[in-house]
Design a protein around this ligand. Structure first.
Ligand code: PEP
Length: 285
């Protein structure tokens, strides 16, 4: 049932890009990183928080957001988006949702929230294809691709998550699983939409477990992902921000960020408190 609607949407004219493509003039890893990709620290509150928690977080972050050079983003439950937007007004901290409908047009989709609604509420970003949504809510690669397109059509930056399970890693299938997830985006999404996305590598075994990937594991997979994208589009591979997610904490952040292909983090538990969120951001110097 989704396919015909989705195919129709894919033929819609592309949205106006809001970010200029960076100019890349070097092949040196460190120069490339500083010239073309900013560091992004994104918080994912999942189904956590309260009005009081939003207010406490926003006032603490507003007071201290200037203590990091990294770009900051916090993705909260739908019902707290406007409250967080008010609290973070004029701080430069971006706001995101954790999901959106795979259809853009308003209509009879009970319980869904579309990209235009998120934009109107103050979001600039939205998480797409988090492993919890893939595993618990049946989001397939096709749904993820549809949501990526819906986000871009609404003027949002999709933060698209990919990652392998522990079983897949232990069977030496991590790269195959990640390749399939990334290739599906290239097969189903328009190049101009892919140019707008941020990619988050989130090994499922590291999410919420306290067991982060090692800096070496994270960098190795990020380099692999960038190489995979380069097979399709070398310029895009250079410019795309690749975030690592999975038990990032203030005490392991700096080592993870040292990887040349690690452009920031998607942070769950440690983003719920302003102190740890900002400590992670300050580790990205
Ligand atoms: C996440 O929710 O995307 C995540 C990485 O969670 P945590 O940092 O708690 O592992």
């Amino acid at each position: 049932m989704r396919s015909p609607m989705w195919l129709a949407r894919r033929r819609a004219p592309p949205p106006t890009p809001e970010r200029a493509a960076p100019v890349v003039t070097t092949t040196n890893d460190e120069e490339r990183r500083t010239m073309s990709r900013r560091t992004l620290i994104a918080g994912n509150w999942k189904m956590n928080g309260s009005a009081a928690a939003v207010d406490a977080f926003a006032s603490a972050v507003a007071a201290d957001a200037g203590s990091t050079d990294a770009d900051l983003l916090v993705c909260v439950p739908f019902v707290y988006i406007e409250r967080m937007a008010r609290g973070l007004a004029d701080t430069g901290v971006a706001l995101g949702a954790q999901n959106l409908a795979d259809v853009g047009e308003p209509g009879a989709y009970t319980g869904e929230v579309n990209g235009a609604m998120l934009r109107e509420s103050g979001c600039t970003h939205v998480i797409v294809g988090h492993s919890e949504r893939r595993a618990m809510y049946g989001e397939t690669d096709s749904v993820v691709a549809a949501k990526l397109e819906a986000a871009v059509a609404a003027g949002l930056v999709p933060v698209v998550c990919v990652g392998e399970t522990l079983v897949e890693r232990e069977a030496d299938r991590a790269e195959a699983v990640l390749s399939a997830q990334v290739d599906s985006l290239f097969e189903q999404c328009r190049p101009e939409s892919l140019a707008r996305m941020v990619l988050a590598y989130e090994p499922v075994w590291a999410i919420g477990t306290g067991r982060s990937a090692s800096p070496e594991q994270a960098q190795a997979i990020h380099a692999f992902l960038r190489g995979r994208i380069a097979e399709q589009d070398a310029t895009l591979a250079n410019s795309m921000q690749l975030l690592y997610g999975g038990s990032v904490k203030p005490d392991n952040a700096a080592a993870l960020f040292a990887g040349a292909d690690v452009d920031g983090a998607l942070v769950g538990g440690a983003s719920l408190k302003a102190d740890s969120f900002l400590d992670i951001a300050r580790a990205a110097q």
